[in-house]
Design a protein around this ligand. Sequence first.
Ligand code: SF4
Length: 188
Amino acid sequence: MNPSILRLHHYEADSRVNGPGQRFVVWVQGCTLNCPGCFNPQTHSNSQGFLMDVDELYQQIYSQSNSIEGVTISGGEPLFQAPVLEKLLKRVKEHTSLSVVLLSGFALDEIKKMPAAQKLLSFVDVLIAGRFDINQRLNNHLIGSANKFLHFLTPRYTPADFNIDNAEVFIHEDGTIILSGFDPLIWK
Ligand code: SF4
């Protein structure tokens, strides 16, 4: 694996449902956790998506840094690319005042046994952690099932900051339509 290349599924520069305020959201590509009922199965393959250099992605984020509150890393499973994401988030934290929210299918006790993930978390303000469990599903902002938890790793935010809308739709100039958050047709 090239230590500066991320495999990504998609990114958006102006999301409002992936954490507090307007955020640059990165969905990484690749996840082998296979949660039954996963709402984002198109992110699972480790051979799909596209490759992007960390420097290029950082420049995209930096170009938006005056108009956004922070960066959210979702997936796919971000921790499978933890060393490369660490490079990205380290630069974000060193050169901007942006906050960082990270969503993972791993629970915090699992992450504590993963050295690379631990290093990554030193650049994260809020971790949303745990497998998606379809039998405990919620459509509660960024919490997809009741066994997932918000972990406030820095004082930047409180639970009240996560009182956000559940879904948004991006319509791009090329006609591409992207749904982010909970699909209202499925998550009743
Ligand atoms: S960790 Fe997330 S992306 Fe991976 S299978 Fe579970 S819900 Fe889907």
